[in-house]
Design a protein. Sequence first.
Length: 258
Amino acid sequence: MIEAVDINCDMGEAFGRWRVGDTDDASLMSLISSANIAAGFHAGDPNLIDQTVRLAAEHGVGIGAHPGYNDLQGFGRRKIEGTPRELVNDIIYQVGAVREFARRHGARLQHVKPHGALYMEMAVNPELSQIFVQYMRTVEPQAYIFCMGGSATERAAREAGQPVVREFYADRDYGDTGSIVFTRDAGRPDPAAIAQKVVRACKQGKVKTVSGGDVDIAFESICFHSDTLGALEIVRQMREALIAAGIRIAPVSAITGQ
């Protein structure tokens, strides 16, 4: 059984006057322990990055860069072809932006978590993961990489000695291989069902798949998305259920010991 867990949320995922979801980031910030802040390519702009980083710093929330494919129109959920080095250069560009805003507000970069289709590609692409990890070892050797357990990203990070955090996706479905099922529209999920799913994963290390079976799952952080409809109620019920089950919500550093 997991005794303590981090809660992370993808945030700052807007652009100018364009907004997604039905929940503002400010209402979520006090309920999470890590924020994955969109870095400008799939969503986010300088003013929004600054605002979201400031909110996270004020609430003592771990600041993470959330780089994606250069795909504003598709919200970073469409694969873009490029060499591993080209794609990592895009990541470097975005991480640098979030890191500088963190420094502006007297904070540090806690982690990096790729977004959407880039996250999924990195999970199965050893070369891309290795080049990304080499970059992290050079410029942010103490920062965590958030990724899917059992992925090429996790393997590359552990082999190189980079701190790594495995995620459990609260508001996404799982396939029989233990990978999340990618969907463009998650609809409005049931917060109570999500809370039960999360507590079971923490207590039993299992999650039900779309085919009705169970797969084993290991993780240190629970992810949900600010653009999921009903995100505020999702995190509220999730927190209440975790606390009622005797599971603490804590920063990743307190959980991993790294």
